[in-house]
Design a protein around this ligand. Structure first.
Ligand code: HEM
Length: 463
């Protein structure tokens, strides 16, 4: 057993009041627990034991451990949607898929993504014109449609035009399923699928799943047809670039061609699961980061001015270095990490420092709390990108882990940084972002960190 001194919280069938408080305020609640009990504590969710860690040295040991690659039971809730895609998969099957998919995010391919990202950002800038009157509005819905278009047009090779429709059924369905699954993860009875599917949230989940799967099937069908047509029409030289080097394939093309050529033995369901995973991870995480960055910039005009000046000076360098904007992005992800915590199943007794976590339990890395460790980040709630410009070398190497680390780190992190730099620099060159003094985002951990009351700010055009 774990040493007795570790604080323990029992949530078997928590009372309604506790239940609702936990769901709505889980981040504040975990923050309070960390402040009260230190960086390690454990929580029982019914019969499941979860040991929570947020000390950088512990996080280093956990993320570097090659025996700790299986996701915890919580991720099973995602399976009706994402199946055994890269995020939820484990074991040998995960390893094979990771190897297959990694080249789809090679830097040469990413270079080709900048242009479609910029094109979609120009549409975003045009859409925001109607809001550029200094009045407060919620920018989140605009950002999320941009991010959806960006992932579809790059990794999937499909023009979705979500921004040109007034509303996106797909985005609504993602929001609905994330909300339902978040509640499910804290409720014993909602985890029993036999009962759950007949309840109101169960029916909501089914309706969302239909929209999500119909959409991914449509994307795959459309791209497969285009690919067959392109292949029939083109000569072999079309697979090479100007200097005769074989072109790298974008994510979905790689999966489809692997299937057509029989190399990787992928079924249609395997492909759909990966497309579902990357459509979700590839747009929800970046929308969260872009929107929170704009909110923080609107409240910190000096930081915004420095970022704007760099965006003008280094226009076109988004693929290369933009040191200040990169520091702004890291500082945003420190305060509002898009993935606030993630967990693993402990398959063999595990030693973390002096602690033994027994086989059968799960561990969770509380990134939201790790990023608020005052030893590495003095005055942790203060938005101060200079920390990453001048003090990064003094930080513990695992003090910042927004993209996780080790073998199961974020496969899309370079893609995400390119999208964030491209969109934020173009937005900063187009508009001044002003604070709505009456609005403070309320971070919620619905798989991805969202603001419960939107991201309200004001904008004015730059001259
Ligand atoms: C600001 C943006 C992003 C952040 C902060 C972020 C963060 C993370 C984190 C923390 C994990 C580990 C999750 C876990 O262990 O459960 C992860 C995994 C993953 N991310 Fe990202 N992500 C971002 C953007 C993206 C994008 C743009 C894509 C795709 C284009 C992507 C695809 C994935 C996938 C497929 C995994 C699972 C990898 C595996 O287990 O092998 N992410 N991400």
């Amino acid at each position: 057993m774990l040493p007795f001194k570790i604080p323990e919280f029992n949530l078997p069938l928590a009372s309604c009041t506790v239940f609702w408080r936990i769901i709505q305020e889980i981040l504040n609640w975990l923050k309070e627990l960390r402040e009260k009990h230190g960086s390690v504590f454990r929580i029982w969710f019914g019969k499941d034991l979860m040991v929570m860690f947020s000390d950088p040295e512990d996080i280093k040991q956990l993320l570097g451990n090659n025996q700790l690659l299986t996701k915890s039971r919580n991720y099973e809730l995602l399976e009706p949607w994402l199946g055994k895609g890269l995020l939820t998969n484990g074991g040998e099957s995960w390893h094979r898929r990771r190897k297959l998919l990694t080249p789809g995010f090679h830097f040469r391919i990413l270079g080709e993504f900048k242009e479609p990202m910029e094109e979609n950002c120009r549409i975003l800038v045009r859409r925001l014109k109607t809001k550029a009157d200094g009045e407060s509005f919620d920018i989140y819905p605009y950002i999320t449609l941009f991010a959806l278009d960006a992932i579809c047009e790059t990794a999937m090779g499909i023009k979705k035009h979500a921004q040109l429709q007034s509303d996106s059924e797909y985005v609504q369905a993602v929001q609905s399923i994330c909300r339902v699954m978040h509640k499910q993860s804290f409720s014993f009875w909602q985890r029993l699928n036999v009962f759950f599917k007949h309840t109101k949230p169960g029916k909501e989940r089914e309706a969302a799943l239909k929209v999500l799967h119909d959409e991914t099937n449509r994307v795959i069908k459309q791209r497969r047809e285009q690919l067959i047509q392109e292949r029939n029409e083109s000569r072999p030289e079309a697979d090479q670039d100007d200097i005769g080097v074989k072109r790298r394939l974008a994510f979905l093309d790689m999966l489809l061609l692997s299937q057509m050529e029989g190399g990787a033995e992928l079924s249609d369901t395997d492909i759909r699961e990966e497309v579902d995973t990357f459509m979700f991870e590839g747009h929800d995480t970046t929308s969260s980061a872009i929107a929170f960055a704009l909110s923080l910039l609107s409240k910190n005009p000096e930081v915004q001015q420095r970022a704007f000046e760099e965006a003008c000076e280094l226009e076109g360098s988004e693929k290369e270095s933009m040191p200040y904007l990169e520091a702004v992005i890291k500082e945003t992800l420190r305060i509002y990490p898009s993935v606030p915590f993630f967990s693993r199943k402990v398959l063999e007794d595990l030693q973390v420092g002096k602690l033994t976590v027994r086989k059968g339990a799960s561990i969770s890395c509380l990134i939201y709390m790790l990023h608020r460790d005052p030893n590495n980040f003095p005055d942790p709630e203060r938005f101060n990108p200079d920390r990453f410009l001048y003090n990064e070398k003094q930080m513990h190497p695992f003090a910042f882990a927004a993209f996780s680390a080790g073998p199961r780190n974020c496969i899309g992190q370079k893609f995400a940084m390119l999208e964030l730099k491209t969109s934020l620099s173009m937005l900063l060159r187009s508009y001044r972002f002003l604070a709505d003094e009456d609005h403070q985002p309320k971070p919620l951990a619905e798989l991805v960190t969202k603001s419960g009351n939107g991201i309200r700010l004001r904008i004015l055009p730059r001259d």
